[in-house]
Design a protein around this ligand. Structure first.
Ligand code: NAP
Ligand code: NAG
Ligand code: NAG
Length: 287
């Protein structure tokens, strides 16, 4: 390679890194009293999201299917400093539940500043077994309910200059094995909410949308799934949750956690042959 070409490549890399480091700073005070709805908050990253919002003095409504677990999360949120904390059990496979949850949150909190969409339905971690019906159901839970809640909340968010935060995955950017129904729902989310970002901007909307791309996070459900299939570092869920909250509060269009998800997304299409070899060799497959 010519020296000029190397210098050019170097400066492009430096520019990328500079852009990553110059993210707007986060003012924790801005979340005091913020009206927040978090889905999938009974366990995992959603539970951690609830605790961070509580600690920062927000007013929160949380949802998931298991009311008894949500009740415990809510009482911990009150202890941690939430101005208000309520829960509503709901099954996101059911479109009318999705509507009801948004309605309940708006009634309880008198409006909404953040709609944080995080829930996912359980899905087996295995090679594609041809079960289309499961994928159809999972699209309802992981994808269509997000649209349902977003459209229901948009008028209120428009008034409050609020935000929609969508928790997505690197598996919605790169085609990995063993979780095809799940990955399809994440590709669908990235496509839909990425397009909606452009439409809202074209309409000069007051609402921001943040799409969060996560790598492997150490929640019980994720650890249980990947055991024996892949050996890779899982990052802490409380840190992932804080990063999601910051990205939403600073109205970033896309956020990446941990660091490698940004570079994986960036270089995804540069060396496709190599990329697919790395993917195929990273996993253990014992038929
Ligand atoms: N963990 C990771 O490695 C990882 C990596 C990339 C992206 N992410 C994303 O991060 C988010 C959270 O993941 P997580 O690992 O924290 O998941 P998790 O621990 O499995 O939690 C899923 C949540 O969704 C709820 N839920 C499940 N089915 C539901 C349904 N039908 N209706 C309503 N709620 C339902 C669960 O509660 P109930 O059972 O009480 O309903 C639970 O609160 C997801 O969007 C996931 O795709 C995670
Ligand atoms: C944004 O909010 C202002 C009020 O602050 C309102 O007048 C305007 O119509 C809103 N924009 C949209 C696109 O609804
Ligand atoms: C996973 O990787 C770590 C570090 O590379 C190694 O110490 C550990 O033994 C590996 N575990 C398995 C089950 O392969």
């Amino acid at each position: 390679m010519k020296l000029y070409a190397k210098l050019l490549l170097c400066s492009i890399c430096v520019a990328f890194i500079a852009v990553r480091w110059s993210a707007p700073s986060f003012n924790e005070e801005s979340l005091k009293g913020a009206r927040v709805l978090v889905t999938g908050a009974s366990t995992g990253i959603g539970e951690q999201l609830a605790y961070h919002y509580a600690r920062l003095g927000a007013q929160i409504v949380i949802t998931a299917r298991r009311g008894n677990v949500l009740e415990q999360v809510v009482s911990k949120c009150r202890e941690m400093g939430a101005q208000k904390a309520f829960y509503i059990p709901a099954d996101m496979a059911n479109p009318s539940d999705a509507d009801l949850v948004v309605k309940y949150a708006i009634e309880q909190l008198g409006g909404l500043d953040y709609l944080v969409l995080n829930h996912i339905g359980p899905s087996p971690y295995q090679m594609w077994d041809g079960d289309v019906q499961h994928t159809r159901w999972l699209l309802e839970v992981n994808f269509l309910s997000y649209l349902q809640m977003a459209q229901k909340a948009l008028p209120t968010l428009e008034k409050s200059k609020g935000s929609i935060v969508v928790v997505s995955s690197l598996l919605g950017k790169i085609c990995g094995p063993f979780a095809l129904p799940y990955a399809s729902t994440k590709f669908a989310l990235n496509g839909f909410f990425g397009g909606l970002q452009n439409e809202l901007a074209m309409q000069k909307s007051n609402v921001s949308i943040t799409i969060c791309i996560l790598g492997l996070i150490d929640t019980d459900s994720a650890m249980e799934k990947i055991k024996g299939y892949i050996n890779m570092t899982a990052y802490p869920s409380h840190e992932a949750a804080l990063q999601i909250i910051q990205a939403g509060a600073t109205r970033q269009s896309e956020s990446f956690y941990p660091w490698y998800t940004f570079y994986a997304t960036l270089f995804r299409d540069w060396f496709p042959y190599l990329r697919d070899k790395v993917i195929q060799n990273s996993y253990t497959y014992n038929p």
